[in-house]
Structure formats: structure tokens, C-alpha cells
Design a protein. Structure first.
Length: 292
């Protein structure tokens, strides 16, 4: 029952953080990208282009239409490979874009410096998408189209997605003008780099190897106060020849300071090796089947 409660709490946390993520992405799109026609890939980019030809339909409504069509095609051609969280995040993004674009009508940047629009739009949108991705969500859109193309033409998914988004950027150049198209392509490149950078910071974990005389006390603190696991590795000192216990611990990066502070007070002479881990999968961390 306790395990189930933890799973429910984790799910609620992921939905809340995914909602915050798509909210930030929507703000980036509405404030910076949409007013300046920067179609930086995705369903939003496709919607901006279609809005240019049929302005009576807002970008937010076009996003609903595009994503509904893509999800139907995805279910028919790829299969039911879409979690409820992905569907939720996709249409939550649509909702927020439409809300801020038509209903609330928040202030929008329409200056002459498109580089500022690309930069600040990417900061909001990329950070938001990274938060959503880190919580096992996806915003659908061209991801679905890339999956369809990848399945039938046997192309790498990442490369296919990049090519689809680049195609949207080129179409933006044809639809609006070459200058807009180049800024859209630049935004796509910066978006990918920023998402990777932010996700690395969000997901990065730390492993510690602790060698000292009071590993039992340190282990007790980690188990009881931090509710983290630990592994004791049996080793022998090369110089002393004595049998020693090496404490091996995996932590979230934000927990590192607490452990080092505890070690400093319990065993200031301990030998500690700190290593960054790209992923830690399993109990207390992300499940292996949820790695994107």
C-alpha cells in the first residue's frame, strides 16, 4: 500500500511538473514566436503557416486540428504507442496557446530584433519542453509524424524529427520570407541544444564511493534520514593490506551537499569519490521503461 501511495504521489508530481512545462512552452510560443511568425518546427510551426493562409482560424485552433489528425494517423499507422500523459501534455499545450493568444491576450514581443525573439522564445519554450520530457511527457506534434516516417522508411527517429522540423522552417521561409525562415531554422537548432542542456541538468544524478573508518554511521544516516539505499563493497587497501568497506551510494544531485556535510561531521578524514551519472534507473529514481 505504501508503494502504491508513493507511485500515486510520483504520478501527481509528474503531471503538475508537465503542466508547468507546457505552460512555459506556451508562453514562449505566444509571446515571442507566434507574433513574429517564427515557425520553429512542431505542430505550432505548422499551425503558424496554416494561419497565414487561413487567418480566420487562430494558431491555437490549428494546433488542435493538426494534433488530432496526427494522433489519429499515429494510432492507425504506428499503433497505440502513446501514453495518456503524452496526450494530456499535447492538448494542455494547445489549450494554453489558445488561451493566451485569444482569450487572455497577454503582451507580445513585436520588436524589430528577431534575434531577441528567437533567444527569449527558446529560453521559455526549451526549458518548458525539457521539464515535460524529464517527467515522461511529450508534446506530440511532429514527434508522431517522425515516428510514422521512421517506421515506413527505416530512418533514425532523431534524424527524421530534425528533418521534419527543418522542413517546417523552410516552409516558413517560403510562406513568410527568407529572413523569417532563417530565424526559424536558427530557433530549431538552438531549441534542440537548449533542451539537451536543460535535461542534462534536471536528470543528472551523482554516485559516491566513500572509504573511511565510520562508514556504518554514514550508511545509517543515508538509510534512515535520506531514505536512500546504499551498497557495501568489500575491498582491501593496497598499501595497508587491511579489509575495508566501501560505501557506494546513488543520489540526486541536489542531495549531494547534504551527504558531504554529514561525512564532514562524522568522518572528516574519509576518502570520497564523487562521479556524475547521466542516468540512475530503478528504485527511488526513474524507472527503466520510462527513459526517453
Amino acid at each position: 500500500m505504501k508503494r502504491e501511495n508513493l507511485d500515486i504521489k510520483e504520478q501527481i508530481k509528474e503531471y503538475i511538473l508537465s503542466t508547468i512545462g507546457v505552460l512555459l512552452t506556451a508562453l514562449g510560443l505566444v509571446i515571442f514566436f507566434i507574433p513574429n511568425n517564427i515557425a520553429a518546427g512542431g505542430a505550432s510551426g505548422m499551425a503558424m503557416i496554416l494561419h497565414r493562409f487561413i487567418p480566420a482560424i487562430s494558431v491555437g485552433i490549428w494546433m488542435y486540428v493538426i494534433n488530432i489528425i496526427l494522433f489519429i494517423l499515429g494510432f492507425l499507422l504506428v499503433g497505440k504507442d502513446f501514453s495518456f500523459k503524452t496526450i494530456y501534455s499535447t492538448f494542455a499545450l494547445n489549450f494554453f496557446v489558445d488561451l493566451f493568444d485569444r482569450v487572455i491576450n497577454i503582451p507580445k514581443y513585436q520588436g524589430n530584433d528577431l534575434m531577441l525573439a528567437v533567444f527569449f522564445g527558446n529560453v521559455l519554450a526549451s526549458v518548458g519542453m525539457a521539464i515535460a520530457f524529464a517527467n515522461n511527457s511529450s508534446t506530440g506534434g511532429t514527434d508522431i509524424l517522425a515516428k510514422i516516417i521512421s517506421k515506413y522508411f527505416h530512418t533514425p527517429l532523431g534524424t527524421t524529427l530534425l528533418m521534419v522540423d527543418f522542413s517546417i522552417g523552410i516552409l516558413a521561409g517560403i510562406t513568410f520570407d527568407a529572413r523569417i525562415g532563417m530565424y526559424a531554422l536558427l530557433a530549431i537548432i538552438i531549441n534542440g541544444i537548449t533542451i539537451d542542456f536543460v535535461m542534462k541538468g534536471l536528470e543528472l544524478s551523482t554516485t559516491l564511493m566513500i572509504i573511511g573508518n565510520k562508514t556504518e554511521e554514514i550508511k545509517k544516516y543515508i538509510l534512515e534520514h535520506m531514505e536512500r539505499g546504499a551498497t557495501i563493497l568489500k575491498a582491501k587497501g593496497a598499501y595497508s593490506g587491511k579489509d575495508i568497506d566501501v560505501l557506494y551510494v546513488a543520489l540526486k544531485r541536489r542531495e549531494l551537499g547534504e551527504v558531504l556535510n554529514v561525512i564532514k561531521h562524522i568522518d572528516p578524514d574519509a576518502f570520497v569519490i564523487v562521479t556524475e551519472a547521466r542516468y540512475v534507473l530503478g528504485e527511488g529514481f526513474r524507472k527503466i521503461d520510462k527513459v526517453i
